[in-house]
Design a protein around this ligand. Sequence first.
Ligand SMILES: *[C@@H]1O[C@H](CO)[C@@H](O)[C@H](O)[C@H]1NC(C)=O
Ligand SMILES: *[C@@H]1O[C@H](CO)[C@@H](O)[C@H](O)[C@H]1NC(C)=O
Ligand SMILES: *[C@@H]1O[C@H](CO)[C@@H](O)[C@H](O)[C@H]1NC(C)=O
Ligand SMILES: *[C@@H]1O[C@H](CO)[C@@H](O)[C@H](O)[C@H]1NC(C)=O
Ligand SMILES: *[C@@H]1O[C@H](CO)[C@@H](O)[C@H](O)[C@H]1NC(C)=O
Length: 373
Amino acid sequence: MATSFSLLLLLLLSLFSLSPSPSQALTPKCSTLDHGSTLQVLHVNSPCSPFKTREPVSWREDVVQMQSKDLGRLQYLASLTLLMAVDTSNDAAWVPCSGCVGCAATVFDFATSDSFKSLGCQDAQCNQVPNPTCTSSTCSYTMTYGGSTVAANLSQDTIMLANDSVPAYTFGCIQKTSGTSVPPQGLLGLGRGPLSLLSQTQSLYQSTFSYCLPSFKSGNFSGSLILGPVGQPKKIKYTQLLKNPRRSSLYYVNMTGIRVGRRVVNIPQTALAFNTTTGAGTIIDSGTVYTRLVEPAYIAVREEFRRLVDANLPPDNYLIRSTAGSTTCLAMAAAPNNVNSVLNVIANLQQQNHRILFDVPNSRLGIAHETCT
Ligand SMILES: *[C@@H]1O[C@H](CO)[C@@H](O)[C@H](O)[C@H]1NC(C)=O
Ligand SMILES: *[C@@H]1O[C@H](CO)[C@@H](O)[C@H](O)[C@H]1NC(C)=O
Ligand SMILES: *[C@@H]1O[C@H](CO)[C@@H](O)[C@H](O)[C@H]1NC(C)=O
Ligand SMILES: *[C@@H]1O[C@H](CO)[C@@H](O)[C@H](O)[C@H]1NC(C)=O
Ligand SMILES: *[C@@H]1O[C@H](CO)[C@@H](O)[C@H](O)[C@H]1NC(C)=O
């Protein structure tokens, strides 16, 4: 369900060993990665994001024209780390593996890892992937992500997350991919399902994590991902986290209204209602760039913004400006008019410089201002 969402976070993992491509130049204007202790985060729309070098996959990405295309090359290519996109609306992790057809140049060379193994069809995890097939007993699967297809072998290896070692972590080793939606460095799913990193590290991190996403204008890996209950902020406001069996990987919240400036916008309750039959309601998502509201809610919010557009609003969380001209747009869109039209999505432009805390054991989501720049 969430597969059409684009991606938000980049996360530095000290993971596996990579074969850097000599053709990829470094960029002095983007900060380098400190692959020491913390997991660092950069906005996917940052000029320094390697994902920015790719063709826009939708009109939304087209709207934000970032400065320079070749800024998105980073020193990680020369280090023993792997940069991945984090998506809270997906469960699985996939990594481009050596021999992959259609992957970017940087791949995980599994032959250099003693602890790597492919899972077989008899392994229980093989039942958790979409469309599993068995070729010479290896558990392989194919799936779509946005406009892309991915073929992968289900695999396991030990990963290092900052100082923590996660043995026998299950992920997809990508053999083949097509289309432009798959992040070239791979994806790390932080959703609620069984294959998610959080489910696989239950005893280590207790299904608790938070992130702070720096501004999409920032070239620095100054955001952070904190895994586990230790070190989470105490001063934070909570709302209930809801689980919807219809879309069981997603993090739902109970959005009951929207204020523009001081005014509560008049939105019909049916546009916001949580419904376990239809999957309707509101999710918070790291993987969508622009907030989407179902049409009646979007129209009401847009009209109120039009009235207030000259007022003193904090612009980066709501507005995007064309670099080419003087156009300024509300960084929200009506939900597409299809099966997903029942879902409101609180997206990542609105989460910049906030800490978002997912406390699954206590069914609550925390939000606090935090300047991570
Ligand atoms: C990782 O270990 C190093 C060395 O022991 C320590 O300085 C650093 O603070 C640790 N990082 C985290 C995130 O615990
Ligand atoms: C993936 O599975 C196919 C079919 O068994 C096999 O040919 C290929 O070598 C496997 N690749 C990896 C990385 O395990
Ligand atoms: C990035 O980091 C450098 C050095 O720490 C700092 O001077 C600069 O202001 C930062 N840039 C942004 C956009 O935060
Ligand atoms: C959402 O909040 C409203 C207003 O407080 C309440 O009536 C409704 O029952 C809540 N829905 C869920 C699913 O918690
Ligand atoms: C959920 O949606 C279905 C289909 O539109 C509707 O019949 C049902 O009453 C709704 N449930 C709630 C709790 O609103």
